[in-house]
Design a protein around this ligand. Structure first.
Ligand code: BES
Ligand code: ZN
Ligand code: ZN
Length: 515
């Protein structure tokens, strides 16, 4: 990963491949010229105060995602200036939005792939801004090339088709001796490293990441970070009566697993349980998905990857809260041993489920994991899942849906998402949709009305949350995997959606605030 430093150095004398500055859209109605953001003063002075005009001549507007490259002024040690768009100029008296800084830093880091060192002279009003820029750099510099042919190596040994990630970033204006700045950088590093590891897991092809392999990765990381780990294999799941997880995994040559990760703090006052859908590949099972709908289904373990990353990040940050992570891992495949539409499963909770569609498998593995999590009586449970195509239709590719059995907790989760810079929206659990899942054979069916399919799935999950336990459900089917071009700090492929929201929630819980 990119090495980060806080620097008080003067920009002109800096030895680097590039200097990154911010440019914003002017709030003045008549002005088409962009506004140069604080941090770029030295560059502006060297341009005789005409930097905004120069940028305008080059076509810069300050829009988010925009990159304008210009030669560094005479006398500068660095050869290049990269101006990144910050979006709208903030109102007088308030600073730049942390998410705008995070995105701009990510765009710059991605643009500078192949470079050794860049100086980030973006507007840093406080330690939180420095943390956001650091996160943006580390997340934007991410690349996944484990499966690309290596060339003779170059210095970083990267594949022929890709450039090595930016090696070093100095945050200019950061205060290297200030505790808050140092803590912000440490937090950003822990969160981004774990989030990038979640991205790696999501991007790893399903022939290399089956439930057993995922569980092994979790075990190794848990050991490294002092997290207690328990892995239930097929035998243990059978003994325990986990009919949902076993039913989904029944068609695969790679058996299912349930992983429990327990991070505990001696100072904890709250206990947060996190549950992740970990379908390492979703073919749909006997209700096979048609071609065109299964090529990206290695991403169906993104919820488990997010939970795993969040528990490890909480441990690395030493948060004063107990966090238990549950990874419900299975591969959904058709075969002679697969669960059939029409089969009835006896779940871990004792309820029976008629499987009407084997492609609605996520709710089956989650049901068992939610019931298992409930046995510890945590203060709250949050599950994360690439659960329904319906949620993608409703909210698009960048926003996840939040459902809950408690209005205040749903709002708290939404606030955590906003604080983390993740787009999310609150969705209802309309009672009238429950009867669509009535089954003539079993206690409930795994499918209901087609309309509002994301909410139907949420209502199904609600049935498997222990009595009186506060619960929220995040459907990340839209934002978990980016099939389009990279944007901001988001790469193509696995995005690490929900990791930062879960870490924020754990931090809020550590502060005694869960709703
Ligand atoms: N893994 C899919 C949901 C999904 C869709 C994730 C698109 C990411 C992108 C899930 O298991 C599924 O297939 N859900 C079905 C449920 C239906 C059969 C009730 C769906 O949404 O179509
Ligand atoms: Zn499915
Ligand atoms: Zn699925």
């Amino acid at each position: 990963m990119t090495a980060l430093t806080l620097s008080t150095a003067a920009v002109p004398g800096l030895r680097a491949d590039a200097i990154v500055i911010g440019v914003a859209k002017s709030s003045a109605a008549q002005s088409a010229a962009p506004v140069v953001a604080p941090g770029a003063e030295a560059v502006d002075q060297a341009y005789d105060g005409r930097l905004a005009g120069v940028l305008e001549t080059l076509g810069a507007s300050g829009a988010e995602g925009e990159v304008t490259k210009l030669p560094a002024p005479a006398g500068f040690k660095a050869p290049l200036v990269v101006a990144v768009g910050l979006g709208a100029q903030p109102e007088k008296g308030s600073g730049y939005d942390t998410e705008a800084l995070r995105k701009a830093a990510g765009v710059a880091a991605r643009t500078l792939a192949g470079s050794k060192k860049a100086a980030f002279a973006l507007p840093l009003a406080d330690a939180a801004d420095a943390g956001a820029v650091a996160e943006g750099v580390l997340l934007g510099a991410y690349s996944f090339d484990a499966y690309k042919k290596k060339d003779d190596g170059g210095s970083a040994g990267k594949g022929k088709n890709g450039k090595a990630p930016l090696a070093e970033a100095a945050l200019i204006g950061g205060k290297p001796r200030d505790k808050a700045y140092k803590a912000a950088l440490e937090r950003a590093t822990a969160v981004a490293e774990e989030l990038n590891r979640a991205r790696d897991l999501i991007n790893t092809p399903p022939n290399d990441l089956n439930p057993e392999a995922f569980a092994a990765v979790a075990q190794a990381a848990a050991k490294e970070h002092g997290i207690k780990v328990q892995v239930l294999d097929e035998k243990a799941l059978t003994k325990g009566g986990y009919g949902g997880i076993l039913g989904v995994g029944a068609g695969s040559a790679s058996g299912p697993r349930l992983v429990k990760l327990s991070y505990t703090s001696s100072k904890a006052k709250k206990h947060l349980a996190l549950v992740g859908k970990g379908i390492t590949y979703d073919s749909g099972g006997i209700s096979l998905k048609p071609a065109g709908h299964n090529e990206t289904m290695k991403c169906d373990m993104s919820g488990a990857a997010a939970v795993f990353a969040a528990v490890v990040a909480a441990a690395r940050l030493g948060l004063e809260v107990n966090v238990t992570g549950w990874l419900a891992l299975a591969e959904n495949m058709p075969s002679g041993s697969a669960t059939r539409p029409g089969d009835v499963l006896r779940m871990f909770s004792g309820k029976t489920v008629e499987v009407l569609n084997t492609d609605a498998e996520g709710r089956l593995v989650l049901a068992d994991a939610l019931w298992a999590a409930s046995q510890d009586e945590p203060d709250a449970i949050v599950d994360v899942a690439t659960l329904t195509g319906a949620m993608v239709l409703a909210l698009g590719n960048r926003t996840f849906g939040i459902m809950a059995n408690d209005d205040a907790f749903r709002s708290a989760v939404h606030e955590a998402a906003e604080e983390a810079g993740e787009p999310a929206w609150q969705m209802p659990l309309p009672e009238h949709l429950r009867k669509g899942m009535d089954s003539s054979t079993a206690d409930i069916a795994n499918m209901g009305e087609r309309m509002g399919g994301g909410l139907v799935a949420g209502l199904f999950l609600r049935e498997f949350v222990g009595e009186g336990i506060t619960w929220a459900h995040l459907d990340i089917a839209g934002p978990a995997f980016n099939e389009g071009s990279p944007f901001g700090y988001t790469p193509k492929g696995g995005t690490g959606s929900a990791v930062r929201t879960l870490v924020r929630l754990a931090e809020r819980a550590a502060a005694g605030d869960l709703s």
